[in-house]
Ligand binder design. Sequence first.
Ligand code: PMV
Length: 315
Amino acid sequence: MSGAGRPPPVRFPRDPAVSRTGPVAVPTGGPGTHEGRAPGKVILVGEHAVVYGYRAIAAAVDLFTTVRLHERPGRSEVEDTDIWDARLADALATLVPPEGVGVSISSDLPTGCGMGSSAALAVAAVRAAARREGRVASFEECFERGMAIERVFHGNPSGLDHTVSAMGGAVIYRRGERATPLRVATPIRLVVANTGAPGDTAEMVAGVRDRKPEVELLRIGALSEMVAARLALGRSVGPFLHEAHWLLRRIGVSTRELDELCRAMEAAGAEGAKLAGAGGGGIAIALVTPETEDAVRHAASRLVDDRVYAVSFGG
Ligand code: PMV
């Protein structure tokens, strides 16, 4: 996704360009608000390679998007949103009928930076739509209907982002297979530094497709397998993250700013740092310990001001 701010209301197309998938919405007809909530994510290793059938590892983070649906007269409309993207109406038209629904979206997640804001929006919207039908959305429903939304934003998504958002926790994912929760024996703490320059996932994925860097993608896939095995044993994965970054750089998805951020966070004591997500901007993550966290945060904030977060998973 890209862009942020307070847009004018988004009207749904009367004749949605995107066809519906999954169960057809059956309006309850009753008053009230129906809510769905879902987390963002960070990709620990495996981005881009996952598009080509290699494994990737990602974890949900404690930042959420909430979608609320309520009945309203006339045309369906996004009445209030923290997320602005020109594709928003088309994406939601896969779930929300063109008439009779008001949508409001609130989000803690920065957009277009690799933290899964579109995936969290997708899963939250599927959950809200199911609530509106008096049901709780299953993982399968979140996956299938979430994929239709992710396709509007990203063209050819691997499905990793919204799988993690729907499952929560840490997962290892391979396209076409059901993701499995990943055992992480020792807690992982990451400093997340957001360059503030949004990257365009569809454009980054298309660039990699054109360049066909087969050797690097194969190696990134191998790193995912090794990182999964080491996380399960509670062993350090820092050097693997470091290598993943330089492979991502070789496949053309890093930027000077992301390289500088990774160098600075490693120089400040991080065990390994890499860009995370599609690249071209967005975030870098750094593996830290309680002893190194402050210094790494400080080094990152010298480059990206206050756009520094910390997330944990596992243990
Ligand atoms: O931009 P993000 O964080 O949503 O990352 C997408 C990850 C990619 O592997 C680049 C694309 C995909 O569909 O898996």
